[in-house]
Write a protein that binds this ligand. Structure first.
Ligand code: ATP
Ligand code: MG
Length: 450
């Protein structure tokens, strides 16, 4: 079994030496067991060892504070959490606890400490998250989490309806664990996720957003989404018209929903890219028209997708930089790939290198989610990318900071105020369009003469 990190061992040892019980618990135990299992099965992509190691203990918070003295910080005393500084970073230690009745599908009324590890494990969401591991490698697993992990099941601890009614965020956490770990939802858990989805409306948008981003970046995100469009519709009802929407066009073999999730599955797990892939065609159902030969068209759908996606991202309080990038990717997804140096330099000027590469990745994925006969477009994307690589290697100029003159040079020529900025923008356009070389003398001469 993967080793417990030194800092965590030290914390477990100190608690035990003071006469308390102490265990690693939750995600770190799950991911450790899973890494071993996948290694045994010869998986090509072993699960990474866990980053956060949570510790649970029979010691009351004040007892934990007493064990660690100055190294302990009371970071969440109300919930029984103390953070201890170690040479390897902070370790969170939480007292065994029971959650009282749930008030609003979010928060327990009260938190009660207990001396029973089993009671603490029973309050946890899924069996695979309800295991504890000791210093000596003993596993406490009262709900069969290890067997579920071995067989690939995601299952609630206890009655799924009750658990989702206590805290509706667990529904989305469940989808996230399926998406990231590739677990299959056990039938009752799966059905209860859909049944209780409306309760997600009571969950803070920020908490939904955090889980959703992890879900979208999971290796099995497509499968998790395809399984639960209804859950997603609880906070993003805009997705439902995509489901089953026949595109009536030979370019497409999938309905809009499946096209979107296949596109998503063909992108690398970069949050903005995954999000753009999922939402790039969300404006299609509302822009659908049929021509006289019975072929479907979606004129203006990129703009319609941007408008819908903007509202959706704002509703979940996605950070504004994130939102803007996703919207630019969606706005650009249906434009032709630039095939000339000038075209690529223009795109670079507007998007920058990082975002242009994301756009190419989105276009690749969008194309791969279309009918096979059109996959030849991958070659056009290859050509665009080759031009991009060459221009960057040649240090092509596409931004003001790369221009061979700056504001001071223009002020020295007598320009003032906004005229300086305007002249710089003009020079950059001329350089990007290949009408002027990016050379100081030539640029200054152009300004003097115009
Ligand atoms: P990650 O890899 O994202 O850290 P994790 O399982 O460790 O996954 P955390 O949010 O760090 O998730 O929570 C730690 C543990 O606390 C979980 O493994 C689970 O046992 C418990 N837990 C967290 N959130 C809930 C919840 N909403 N309801 C019940 N138990 C929860
Ligand atoms: Mg964790």
């Amino acid at each position: 079994m993967a080793a417990i990190p030194e800092g965590v061992r030290e914390v477990l040892e100190a608690l035990e030496a003071a006469g308390h019980e102490a265990w690693c618990v939750g995600g770190c135990v799950r991911d450790t067991l899973l890494a071993d299992l996948r290694m045994l099965n010869g998986a090509r992509s072993p699960v990474l060892p866990p980053e956060d190691w949570d510790v649970t203990t029979s010691a009351l918070p004040e007892e934990t504070m007493a064990v660690f003295g100055e190294r302990a910080l009371p970071t969440g005393l109300k919930h029984g959490t103390v953070t201890v500084r170690t040479a390897e970073g902070g370790v969170e230690i939480t007292t065994y606890r029971l959650d009282g009745a749930y008030r609003d599908h979010r928060h327990p009324e009260s938190v009660t400490f207990t001396r029973s590890l089993e009671e603490d494990l029973a309050r946890r969401d899924f069996t695979v998250n309800a295991m504890a591991l000791s210093l000596r490698g003993e596993l406490r697993d009262p709900f069969g989490g290890r067997a579920d992990l071995e067989e690939g099941w995601l299952r609630c601890v206890g009655d799924p309806d009750r658990r989702f009614q206590e805290d509706a965020l667990r529904i989305l956490r469940g989808m996230r664990f399926s998406a990231v770990l590739g677990l299959d939802e056990e039938d009752e858990t799966e059905r209860a996720m859909d049944r209780n989805r409306e309760l997600l409306r009571e969950i803070a948008p920020e908490r939904i957003w955090t889980e959703l981003v992890k879900l979208l970046c999971g290796r099995y995100a497509k499968e998790a989404l395809d399984n639960h469009p209804l859950v997603i519709s609880a906070f993003w009802p805009e997705v439902l018209p995509m489901v089953g929407f026949d595109q009536r066009n030979i370019h497409h073999c999938c309905d809009v929903w499946n096209h979107s999730t296949v596109a998503l599955a063909n992108t690398p797990p970069i949050p903005e890219l995954r999000c753009a892939a999922f939402l790039h065609d969300i404006g299609k159902p509302s822009t659908f028209t049929l021509d006289e030969s019975g072929v479907g068209h979606f004129y203006g759908h990129a703009k319609a997708s941007v408008d819908l996606a903007e509202g959706m991202l704002r509703r979940l309080r996605a950070p504004s930089e994130f939102r803007k990038r996703v919207l630019r990717l969606i706005a650009w997804h249906d434009r032709d790939i630039p095939r000339t140096d000038k075209g690529v330099r223009r795109a670079l000027r507007l998007l920058g290198e990082e975002e242009l590469r994301l756009l190419l990745a989105l276009k690749r994925a969008d194309n791969l989610a279309q009918a096979f006969a059109y996959h030849g477009r991958q070659l056009e994307i290859d050509r665009g990318e080759a031009i991009l690589d060459r221009l960057l290697a040649e240090d092509a100029c596409f931004s003001l900071k790369q221009l061979a003159v700056n504001g001071n040079d223009l002020t020295a020529l007598g320009l003032r105020g906004p005229a300086v900025g305007r002249a710089l923008e003009t020079l950059l356009s001329k350089v990007v369009d290949g009408e002027l070389p990016n050379q100081r003398a030539a640029l200054l001469e152009f300004v003097t003469e115009s």
